[in-house]
Every structure is written in structure tokens, then in C-alpha cells.
Design a protein around this ligand. Sequence first.
Ligand code: ADP
Length: 483
Amino acid sequence: MKILFVSSEVMPFSKTGGLADVAGALPAELTKLGHEVKVFTPRYKVVDKEKFKLKLAVSDLKVELGENEYNGAAYVSTLPGSKTNIYFIENDALYDRDGLYQQAGLDYKDNAQRFIYFSRTALDLCKKLDWKPDVVHCNDWQTGLIPVYLKSIYATDPFFQGIRSMYTIHNLAYQGVFAKDVLELTGLPWEYFTMDRVEFWGKLNFMKSGLVFADIITTVSEQYSREIQTEEYGCGLEGVLQGRQSDLFGIVNGVDYKVFSPEKDTMIAKPYSLKTIEKKHDNKKALLKQVGLPTKRGAALIGMISRLADQKGFDLVAEMIEALMIQNVQLVILGTGDLKYHTLLKDLEIKYPKQLKAVLAFDAKLAQQIYAGSDFFLMPSQYEPCGLGQLISLKYGTIPIVRETGGLADTITDFDLAKDFEHELGNGFVFLDYSAQELLKTILRALTVYKDEKAWNKIRLNAMRCDFSWKASAKKYETLYRR
Ligand code: ADP
């Protein structure tokens, strides 16, 4: 099949979250399965043309957005370690900025223009390349208009007839909702601005547009595909999703084990595997030194790597931190995001200088050192479409402590110390109620297992044996593309 994968971020070129990891890995896996895959993404400032050896492929990508005409170009390169072509759509007025979607916590005011231009040029570029995909795989709100375009203003052009679309929800909470007037910029006729199409409470909703018009909808875990059809998790779109239940599927993300494997990782102090697990301790020592925490005898080290957003459960951490710090534990937190959490974490760091370190940055190298050096990985998310942190941790023998939601529920099984060890499959610690007490109780349970050598060895064995490579997930996507 010819598959076009359209994503607003792609590893290792640009990243704010898990979408980038998916977009960097899944297309390469599909190429391996024998498909002809192209990836389209914007050329942001971080995508250095020389460093990534980008070559001009097409110029004159003109789109009219209301009264203004925008003109850009497309550059081509390949995904590292793969023959998959990736095209970067360039328009400096729209993308040559420090952030991907926002700066200093504020969304760019012209995000609608930026992603209308991206969605339209994605289709125009196919035609310019004379490359007709069988399926366009769209991702998140930034590409939500593509399925609509294919069934409206592009449908009369024979080139686009017969192209099917898949729309993947990576996070339903970010919907791309804009004022009504933005419809004029999209080029869509006003008859599309109705409740059963792209309108959402008097506004234009890009995510909803994708959900209504895509031929198939997927999201990144089975549990999340069920949750988003409820009022609690549906972010106002539960009705739309219920209506499309028969076309909605959950496929859990994989991990790129070329990057995230303790035996191959070049960023960590001492590579290790299940057989040489004792070397994990050297990584712990190196990490403590790196972030400036003292080595404390018998202390368990808990890592967190996360966007600092309400979704991720930092309010629970703040609520129970005092009770937790009485225990023999240390915490290393890496993240950026909402300023309120920056302040909160810096305050905690001052309060617990020997036990807690917060690094408020985006740092891929330190992230890998935390995955390798920590004993536990904490993800007490309110909701979690898939979550990559827990999957990466498993591979590093770093035991996840998670809330039972979305992809966390699908991938982490609670370890029960009372059970017969032989048959114990638990690879982490799980709690259901979103409350500080439950979180604390679960961490205390985890610490009991940490102190029990036999149990600790067993849970690490269970964790490191888990296989969340992309291959199985790519095959599931393949089946849906065929459909
Ligand atoms: P989300 O997509 O909601 O942000 P995921 O768990 O799916 O959450 O993916 C987050 C990815 O981003 C993981 O690979 C995680 O290691 C990485 N990450 C998050 N914050 C940082 C950071 N500050 N520095 C480095 N990597 C980070």
C-alpha cells in the first residue's frame, strides 16, 4: 500500500510528546513490512536544514487563507536508519519559530493558519509529487481538516478520489478549537459549519472535523478507546465518538528499542541487560551525582519524566509529598510545561534538598539516564491515552507505579506480593482512585517489594521481559489500512 503519514512532530527532528515518538517509528516499521510510506511534517526552526541534509523537493506550495496567500516549499530527507522519505513543509512566516505550538506557555495566535496551511499543502504536495496514497494517516487536531478536505473541496479532483483517511487521537484534550470566522480561512463552504460536521458550540473544532470525516478512527490504547466514549474522558466529544463506535479502534504504541534499550543506550553511564542487571546500580549512582543528590543507603529512587500538565497527576504528588518524604526515598523529576508546576517543583526542591531534584528542561539525554538510574517510574496520570514513559521504564527494569487509566491500564499489571511467585506476572504497581491517599498507599506497597530481594528480582524480571516493540502494533495498523 501507499501510505501517507501526516504529523505535526516527528522524532528525531521535532518533539513535544509521544506523538513524535510514534511518527518517528511507526512509518519506518510499515516500510519494513513492505509498504511505500511517506511522512509529511512542518519545517520548524529546530529542524536544521544542513544538519539533517534536507534537499529541496518542491517549491511554490501556494495556499490562500482568506485574503492572504501563503507560499512555501517542501524539503526531503529520510527517517534515520530507514528508507522512509520524510518531507518538511516550509513556510518561515508560519513555522520558523522557537516553539512548535506555543511559546512561554501561550499558544501561537495563528495556530489555525499554521495548521490549515499544513493540512492543505500536505494534499497539494501529493499531487505535485504525482504520488497518490491509498491511505492518509492523520494525527491529532493539527491534521484534523485533512479528512474533511478529502470529502469536500478536494473530492471533485480525480487525483484525490478513492483516497481513504485514518485519524489517530493521541490526546483528546487538545482539540484545536477556533473562532467561527476561521472557517473562512479553511476554504470550506459554510454548509460545513453545522453540529453534525465541524461546528462545536459555535466554534470550529479541528479534532471533531477529523472524527466526523475520517474513514477510520484509532487511538493509542484499547482502554482509552472505551474511556473517550464516556462523559468523564470524552472532553465534550463523547457523543461524536459513540456515534462512530464501529469505526473506532485502540492500538497501543510501541517503543523504539533501537533508542530505548539499556544494552544499546549510548547516553547512560553503564549499559546493562537482564543478565548484568547489577550494573543498573552504577547508573543510579551516576544519576544521583549528575543531578546533585547525595547517595543514601537503602533509599529507593523514583523518577518522573513528563510534560508538566494537569493531566499528569502532579497535584497528587504535591498533596502526599510530605508523607512520602518521611520514607527512605528520593525523587528526580524532569519536565517542562505549566508555570504553576515549575514553581511548585522548585519550592519542593528547596524544602527537600537531599531528597528531591526537579530539572525543568527538555533533555533527551537526562531522560535516558533517569530511565536507567531510577528504581521506580511514577505516572499517576488523571488520564493517559497510551503513555510511553511506563513502556520505556519496563525495558530498563525500572518499575512503573501508575494509575489504572488508558494505556497505563492496558500495559501495567499490578504485582501482588501475596501471590504465588511462580505465576506472578505483575510488572508494576497500579491504583485506581485518583487520590493522594491511594497514590501514597501504592508507593508504600512498592517500597515493601523493593526491600524484599526475591520479590524485587521477580518484578524486574517480569518488567524487562515485556515486549512492546512496534512490530505487533504496525501489523494492526496494516490490517486497518486494508479495511
Ligand atoms: P505525552 O505524549 O502525553 O507527553 P507520553 O508518555 O506518551 O506522554 O510521551 C512522552 C515522551 O516524551 C516520553 O518519551 C518521555 O520520555 C518524553 N519526555 C517528556 N518530557 C520530557 C523532558 N522534559 N525531557 C525529555 N523527554 C521528555
